[in-house]
Design a protein around this ligand. Structure first.
Ligand SMILES: Nc1ncnc2c1ncn2[C@@H]1O[C@H](COP(=O)(O)OP(=O)(O)OP(=O)(O)O)[C@@H](O)[C@H]1O
Ligand SMILES: [Mg+2]
Length: 113
């Protein structure tokens, strides 16, 4: 099992979700609004804002845990759909997941995703 954690431009979210819905076996996902910065300092970005002492940009985080047989397709779909080619397009992180619990059914592991 892999967790895919993608930080993307908010205006790209609808297109990304539409693309993800086309992947067979996609089990679910979580979305949150986040702020942060990358290697390039946020204050140099057109969409940056100051909060306290520091500068940030607003981005959307998509988190999903999927079986090993579809994670590469998920990563490719997000990368392709989120890309503009400009600084600030975001990052995709892939993390090994050791277990999943489906609370209602008490299933464990891949079948619980
Ligand atoms: N190493 C990281 N760890 C956690 N979050 C990150 C990391 N790098 C980027 N992010 C998140 O992704 C957002 C967008 O990052 P961004 O695409 O600007 O990265 P970058 O390294 O500056 O690359 P680019 O040169 O393409 O702008 C950041 O605001 C932050 O929320
Ligand atoms: Mg940047």
């Amino acid at each position: 099992m892999k967790e895919i954690k993608a930080i993307v431009r908010p205006f790209k979210l609808d297109d990304i979700i539409s693309s993800l819905h086309k992947i067979e076996g996609l089990p679910g996902l979580t979305i949150s609004e986040v702020k942060g910065f990358g290697r390039t300092k946020a204050k140099d970005a057109a969409d940056s804002f100051q909060d306290g002492l520091h500068d940030y940009v607003k981005r959307t985080k998509i988190e999903l845990v999927v079986n090993n047989n579809i994670f590469e397709e998920v990563v490719n779909v997000i990368q392709t759909t989120a890309h503009t080619g400009n600084p600030g397009d975001g990052k995709i992180f892939v993390i090994d997941v050791s277990n999943t619990v489906r609370i209602r059914t008490n299933e464990r592991g891949e079948q619980a995703i």
